[in-house]
Design a protein around this ligand. Structure first.
Ligand code: JAH
Length: 284
């Protein structure tokens, strides 16, 4: 898989030389290229930003600079190849493991890192005329730019690319992946058996695999109901009654989660930007 990252701070992407991603790059399983947006800036000051029309604080990155950069980068592949353009922004739909898994199946991604107050909206509208474009948020907070979000996307996608992760089974067992059915993982323990007066739960040392599975599911349900009840809401909205057995219901009731009286989460936003710049209809 090829991933191009365009940024005014290429040094910010230095962590991509390290660990899992760095190793996969050196092994030739990942082709990651980082580009300095200023290469496409013109004029003596090499400016990439300007004041927003309509007023307001801060500066916006300009369309001519981003347009030239994306034309060249997106045109640098094999004849006929078109990348998927990803744009980190706090105004985008959230990153999910499902979106990550979809991107991991793509041959080529380009990530555009904004700075300041973001990028002139016409850049994405124009790009969407010739390539799929998705905005993505990592959560409800504002960074100084898209670079850290780009690191997150590259790492999350890379570990799902065949041959990148040492043990492919560990990807399937993660929280949010299909394997655990949308629940957070139970707490985990390794040796020593007793540490600072704290013991590993006896059931995990007992060799009863059925009991271990049930214990882990109980702890998963408790943890999810407590810290991420929205994930249980989504599970119930998707799978209905089949999602929970009688024991599950007991465990959830004991921690105050009521499967009946929950608002249904909306099935929203893929993040795709249409060629005219329009966003998908949320259906509400
Ligand atoms: C901030 C461009 N949701 C995480 C996130 C992603 C991107 C940005 N902020 C937060 C951002 C300024 C300019 C992107």
């Amino acid at each position: 898989m090829r991933i191009d990252v365009v940024t005014i701070f290429p040094g910010y992407l230095a962590p991509l030389d390290e660990a899992l991603v760095g190793r996969a790059r050196r092994a030739g399983r990942l082709d990651v290229r980082v580009h300095d947006l200023r290469r496409w800036a013109t004029g003596v000051h090499q400016a990439v930003d300007d004041a927003p029309y309509g007023g307001g604080p801060g500066m916006l990155m300009t369309a001519p600079v981003w347009g030239a950069a994306l034309d060249e980068v997106a045109g640098s592949g094999p004849t006929g190849a078109v990348p998927r353009l990803l744009v980190p922004t706090p105004a985008g739909p959230p990153l999910t493991q499902q979106r990550v898994a979809g991107w991991a199946g793509e041959p080529w991604l380009v990530i555009a890192c904004g700075r300041y107050e973001g990028i002139d909206a016409r850049v994405l509208a124009d790009a969407a005329r010739r390539m799929p474009v998705e905005e993505v948020s990592l959560g409800d907070y504002v960074l100084a730019g898209g670079e850290v979000a780009a690191l997150v996307v590259v790492e999350a996608v890379s570990r799902l690319v065949p041959g990148v992760l040492g043990n492919p089974a560990s990807a399937e067992l993660d929280s949010f992946a299909e394997g655990t059915g949308g629940l957070l993982e139970a707490p985990a323990y390794t040796r020593p058996e007793r540490w600072r007066d704290l013991d590993v739960p006896a059931v995990l040392r007992g060799g009863d695999h059925g009991a271990v599975a049930r214990w882990r599911r109980d702890r998963s349900l408790e943890r999810t109901a407590t810290v991420r009840p929205d994930l249980l809401d989504a599970l119930l909205a998707r799978d209905g009654n089949a999602a929970l057995d009688a024991r599950d219901r007991e465990v959830l009731a004991a921690c105050g989660y009521d499967p009946a009286g929950r608002a249904r989460p909306a099935a929203w936003q893929t993040g795709e930007v249409a060629a005219d710049g329009a966003r998908p209809d949320p259906g509400r």
